[in-house]
Design a protein around this ligand. Structure first.
Ligand code: MG
Ligand code: MG
Length: 257
């Protein structure tokens, strides 16, 4: 069953998602060769708690950490570790918080130093795909319009779309209906209605779209071991134009310094 949010609830969700956006920017400051993903996790957890939030992923279905840190061929749900990021890596940082009973959830994939040109293109194309999808997240459109726009952009860039992992509704729960696939057909799926809040999160692969799960029960990676990128925004469905509850502005400020 879909859960529609009041204007007050959307403002609370905006605050939760703002904290996630600020946390991702704190992490962005530290991303360079030599830093461990566990260090990034610690900084994120401290920042969230300093701002009266709680990590949203820690303990969720038993997930051990605050961030999902997914390096190179890891698509999503990577567990922070003593692995030191190195020049040429990419790392998806996915962050969730709970603030005032409502979840925030957003992700960004960072280059570590300079990356190969084709990997840079993968990052740019995945971020653009997210924007293309978000443009369709307005009242009156359908879920399939979002997936279609993402798939169209990613595939025309020569990349492939992960099918098994999808976006989701967001509210008092981290994952609510509906599922939000990153592929689809125009005009198909449920009609988007005001009050729906969804996370749109394309996971786009350089090579084959196929994935597998590690024995740790979490880490999802590409079967051909080629890199994968992931960007995520939370969006409230409104009339006229998408109301994006997340922002990458603070991350861009850090990256463009
Ligand atoms: Mg999500
Ligand atoms: Mg997420």
């Amino acid at each position: 069953m879909l859960i529609y949010k009041s204007e007050e609830e959307i403002e609370l969700l905006r605050e939760s998602n703002f904290l996630v956006s600020k946390t991702l920017a704190e992490v962005a400051r530290l991303i360079k060769p030599g830093v461990t993903t566990l260090k990034l996790d610690k900084v994120a957890e401290e920042f969230i708690r300093d701002h009266r939030g709680e990590p949203g992923f820690k303990g969720y279905n038993g997930f051990p950490n605050t961030l999902c840190t997914s390096v190179n061929d890891e698509v999503v749900h990577g567990i922070p570790s003593s692995y030191r990021l190195k020049q040429g890596d990419i790392v998806s940082i996915d962050c969730g918080v709970i603030l005032n009973g409502y979840y925030g959830d957003s992700a960004f994939t960072f280059p570590v130093g300079t990356v190969q040109e084709k990997i840079g293109k993968l990052l740019a194309c995945t971020r653009e795909s997210l924007v293309k999808g978000v443009e369709k997240a307005v009242e009156g459109k359908r879920l399939g319009d979002i997936g279609f726009a993402i798939q169209q952009h990613a595939e025309s860039g020569g990349f492939s779309v992960v099918r098994e992992m999808v976006g989701h509704g967001l509210g008092k729960n981290l994952h609510e209906p509906p599922e939000v696939p990153n592929y689809g057909k125009r005009g198909k799926g449920i009609k988007l209605t005001r009050g729906l809040v969804i996370c749109i999160e394309p996971m786009i692969n350089l090579g084959l779209r196929n994935i597998s799960q590690d024995k740790d029960g979490w880490t999802i990676r590409t079967i051909d071991k080629l890199p994968s990128a992931h960007f995520e925004y939370a969006v409230a469905i409104q009339k006229g134009k998408p109301d994006i509850l997340s922002t990458f502005d603070y991350i861009d400020e850090i990256l463009n310094k």
